[in-house]
Design a protein around this ligand. Structure first.
Ligand code: MG
Length: 158
C-alpha cells in the first residue's frame, strides 16, 4: 500500500460558481485560479500523485500551460489515477477536508462526495469529504481563501 497527502489553497473571488469536487455551487463566492480552481480536486490529485511517487500537480499540469486554462480539474484527478494504475496502484480510499468560511458546505457534502467518488471511479464509501469553517481566523477564516487537505491510500491492483 502507498499513502499520499495533498494540500491546496485558492484565493476567493467574487462571483460563482464555486467548484468543489466537481460540483458547481452557485452563489457569490468563487475561487481564482488558472483551471476551474477546484481546490478539493487539486488536493486529492496531489495526494494521488504523492502516493504514487509521481511528484505534484504543478509539475504535470503547469499553470504556465494554456492547455489547462479554465480546465475541468476532474481531468487532473483521472490522469493522476491513470498514471498510478500504470504502476499497478488503484485507489483504496481517500479522505479530505475542505476549509471554507462561506458558503456553508454542510448541505453540499453528500453531492460533493458522490461526485468525487464518480470521478475517482470508486464507491462513495471510499471517498470521504468533510468541511470545516475557519473560526474567523487566518485567510480562510476571514473569507479570503478556501483550502483543502486530502489523504489517499493506494493499494496494489487486484
Ligand atoms: Mg490549486
Amino acid at each position: 500500500m502507498r499513502v499520499g497527502i495533498g494540500e491546496d489553497l485558492h484565493r476567493v473571488a467574487e462571483g460563482g460558481p464555486l467548484m468543489l469536487g466537481g460540483v458547481a455551487i452557485e452563489g457569490t463566492v468563487g475561487l481564482a485560479g488558472h483551471s476551474d480552481a477546484d481546490v478539493l480536486l487539486h488536493a486529492i490529485t496531489d495526494a494521488v500523485l504523492g502516493a504514487a511517487g509521481k511528484g505534484d500537480l504543478g509539475a504535470h499540469f503547469p499553470s504556465s500551460d494554456d492547455r489547462w486554462a479554465g480546465a475541468d480539474s476532474s481531468l487532473f484527478l483521472t490522469e493522476a489515477l491513470r498514471m498510478a494504475r500504470e504502476d499497478g496502484w488503484v485507489l483504496a480510499n481517500l479522505d479530505a477536508t475542505v476549509r471554507a468560511e462561506r458558503p456553508r458546505l454542510a448541505g453540499h457534502l453528500a453531492a460533493i462526495r458522490e461526485s468525487v467518488a464518480r470521478i475517482a471511479g470508486v464507491d462513495a464509501s471510499r471517498a470521504n469529504v468533510k468541511a470545516k469553517s475557519g473560526e474567523g481566523l487566518d485567510a480562510v477564516g476571514r473569507g479570503e481563501a478556501i483550502g483543502a487537505t486530502a489523504v489517499v491510500l493506494l493499494e496494489a491492483a487486484p
